[in-house]
Design a binder for this molecule. Sequence first.
Ligand code: COA
Length: 386
Amino acid sequence: MRDVAVIGVGMTSFGELWRTPLRSLWAEAAIAALGDAGVDRVDLVTIGCMSSGLFTGQEHLASLLADELGMAGVPAARVESACASGGLAVRAGFAEIAAGLAEVVLVTGVEKMTDVDGADATYALGTAADAEWEGFHGVTFPGLYAMLARVHMQRFGTTREQLARVAVKNHANGLLNRHAQYHLKVSVADVLESTLVADPLRLLDCSPVTDGAAALVLTTVERARELAAGKPVVRITGSGLATDTVSLANRGDLAELGAVRLAGERAYAMAGRTPDDIHLAEVHDCFTIAEIMATEALGFFAAGDGGPAVEKGLTDLGGRIPVNTSGGLKSKGHPVGATGVAQVIEIVSQLRGDAGQRQVEGARVGMAQNMGGSGGSSVVHILEVV
Ligand code: COA
């Protein structure tokens, strides 16, 4: 297997971008990443997108978007794993370079979610749940994560305030990220007083509905060293992918995210790393409870300690292991297909020392964890400065 490096990153601002069509959002991110990498030819384009058909009426994205970039003829493939589609696009590009099938890959993720109204967006997102056992009965993602939160609270004593602390931290980080959808300082009281969405989750416990695109350029570490021009070379040292039951009814234990644990274990094994080696992580905080459960599944904290950890500030910027320095899905926004790619961009920026006011000093090993649905799939990457 060949060593794989990230040599370019680019993303749009995330938000409600009504004036920009999906293809233009995507091209903006792709061109920025190609420019950052200093390349204009690629062997493959991968595209993570959950549901462009339901959100915009457009399928057949791979060919459409390669053509948008004047690259018709280049191999292009769209991959889908619900909200983990972006992470899967990273893994697909990583695998092609590692296997020697491609030298340079443009990895992208995109979602345009605000062209439909809230009810239609909720329906589109809900297709990532089990249609027969969950969707048919009217359960939506806030409802599914509310059930996970209830079990976690009952099993471990996780408190409503600890959930709120995740939102307070991530909104504080998002204030430092110019790409974030919300530049909003919130307090624990703000979260606790925000509109109830699905008990115990409130508006400020939820990630928003978002438009956005993100892109990376990958190549071999060897080629990256030639192109680096003094910049640190960031290698993807671990990649893990795992599945779990889509329906919560079939899941063995609702207090843990099994796919996240398995994907994390696979990424740690490939990289030869342990949780103690990770200096910072972007995790999939689609709801505040998801961040707490992900930090436990990835081994940063023992089961049940994720809530107290966020309360003690261990995951703050400057804490023992900063989590979601970008603002996370909560504040930066969650254009579902783009999220997994944007998470890797944050880690690369941190490892290059380019993260500005939210820079984690001495960061050399970072992790990005992306998740589909209520944990039915997860993709984890470990990145390191080499
Ligand atoms: N965080 C912070 N503020 C939010 C927000 C969020 N998640 N969602 C909406 N807002 C704000 C809006 O900016 C708006 O503010 P304004 O009145 O100052 O303009 C206000 O709240 C109302 O926005 P609106 O779009 O009408 O909210 P909504 O009730 O239609 O949607 C949610 C709110 C939480 C239901 C929606 O964001 C949602 O479904 N989130 C979850 C998305 C999801 O499931 N993703 C997949 C995860 S697996």
